[in-house]
Ligand binder design. Structure first.
Ligand SMILES: [Zn+2]
Length: 460
């Protein structure tokens, strides 16, 4: 115990803590930043080249102007310990035409359009405190510091996606899923705030992820809900993605005007939340992350009672069939890196076949004691949320370390670079595996009071 405590203590001690104070002007048009670094650096940089277009001015705290080259601000003395800069925030937000439809009092823009920062290694962190005008709010992907509203902790993270910051007016709620807290930000449309029932429903859907192993995979994630409207008969959640830079955010486009049946039939939100059960694997390995998400979204929607077990297995079977027919001359690795356009089903379902095979095999070999759920439970306990980018092979090697009967690397090595498709028929159809399949999709309940809602719905 003492050793564990000492190790945890060591891991928690940051190597460097930089302090940022960020002041938002009354009219939301300008950000002023004072950055005090722990130690000195030669330069700081912005992660998006556009940032240089909105940077108004930058000085060292000694008053010397900081020259900018590309996306870098370099100290003339080579010892930058403190600097200030201002950003034309309104202009930056207006430049992102995709992000303009949220009413005049809400600014949405990439964090990396205004954040100039030193490199963060290991346990380094930037503690950012916002000074906001009365009634204005801020949302960033970074971890909130307990007891200090408006203060966040930014640490190293995978460079996956471009995270968004929101300033001004929006609805924010925190949903508890066991020990985890999910910060849900619902952006207004020009017509007004989003129907709060949508954020409730998203919270329920996120809670269903705990039907895999009893908790949500990230104790502190964020959800951004963007309103879209005007698609009669359309999907309740037409698009979603996960951004990991700065902390994990699930971004979802939602159509608050869709009827309840459209929300209950949606799988996009479940799919995106399911991605958080694995660390970020690079783009060429995305057939693994997409495949695991395809498998689990169907399994979890069955466990939640939104699909019947038969419906879930039919969807898995049809998806795998589409995957098998898709670009059979390419391996999953080739499909994920290919320029060909019709590789989507291969990318989305070859990894799902591996997830199915692994799940059934683990259960068969262990008499049901080990499952894909228990493997991912241990993966979460050791390694998530992860601050780095993994390779699929490393991920599978880690999963093998976490189970009694390793099989993941073998599956990976046999299929990642092989044309054709993993042979899944036995796992879907064999009569002697029916009990195992039934156990995978058997109904389960979250311990959230709100899940009564879905249970009620179920009885109709
Ligand atoms: Zn996905």
């Amino acid at each position: 115990m003492l050793v564990a405590a000492a190790l945890l203590g060591a891991a928690a001690a940051p190597a460097a803590t930089h302090e940022y104070r960020v002041t938002l002007s009354e009219d939301l048009q300008r950000l002023d930043v004072v950055a005090r670094l722990d130690g000195s650096v030669r330069h700081v940089s912005a992660r998006r080249p556009e940032a240089r277009d909105y940077l108004a001015e930058a000085y060292g705290c000694d008053g010397a102007r900081l020259p900018r080259t590309g996306s870098r601000l370099t100290s003339p003395s080579g010892n930058l310990t403190c600097f200030t800069y201002a950003v034309e925030l309104g202009r930056a937000a207006r430049a992102n035409s995709r992000l303009q439809a949220f009413g005049p009092d809400t600014l949405v823009l990439p964090v990396n359009d205004w954040l100039w920062r030193p490199q963060l290694g290991g346990n380094d962190e930037i503690v950012v405190t916002f000074d906001l005008p009365q009634d204005a709010n801020v949302s960033v992907p970074w971890q909130p510091v307990d007891g200090r509203p408006g203060t966040f902790r930014l640490r190293s993270s995978p460079r996956s996606g471009s995270p968004l910051a929101v300033f001004g007016q929006f609805d924010a709620s925190v949903v508890s899923i066991g020990e985890a807290r999910l910060r849900i930000v619902a952006l207004p449309s020009r017509r007004g705030p989003m129907n709060p029932a949508v954020a409730d429903w998203i919270g329920e859907t996120a809670a269903n992820i705990s039907l895999a192993y009893g908790r949500f995979p990230n104790p502190d994630a964020r959800v951004l809900l963007f309103p879209v409207t005007g698609r009669p008969g359309g999907s309740a959640v037409p698009f979603g993605r996960v951004v990991r830079d700065g902390g994990e955010t699930v971004e979802l486009l939602v159509d608050p005007d869709q009827p309840e049946s459209a929300f209950l039939g949606d799988w996009t939100a479940t799919h995106e939340f399911t991605h958080l059960m694995l660390p970020y694997v690079g783009r060429n390995d995305r057939w693994v992350s997409e495949g695991f998400a395809q498998y689990y979204q169907n399994v979890l929607l069955a466990r939640a009672g939104r699909y019947s077990p038969d419906e879930a297995w039919r969807k898995i079977g049809e998806g795998l069939e589409r995957g098998r027919r898709s670009v059979p001359h390419l391996s999953p690795d080739e499909a994920a890196s290919a320029a060909e356009r019709n590789t989507r089903m291969k990318i989305y379902w070859s990894g799902a076949a591996l997830a199915l095979i692994a799940d059934v095999e683990l259960r068969r070999r262990s008499g049901g004691k080990e499952t894909l759920d228990t493997a991912l439970d241990r993966l979460q306990a050791c390694c998530l949320p992860s601050r780095r980018t993994w390779t699929a092979r490393k991920l599978f090697a880690k999963l093998d370390e976490l189970v009694a009967t390793p099989l993941f690397v073998d599956l990976y090595d046999r299929h990642a670079d092989a044309a054709g498709f993993p042979d899944f028929d036995e796992y879907l159809d064999a009569a002697e595996l029916a009990e195992i399949r039934a156990a995978i999709t058997a109904r389960r309940y979250t311990d959230r009071p709100g899940s009564q809602e879905l249970r009620r719905h179920d009885r109709k």
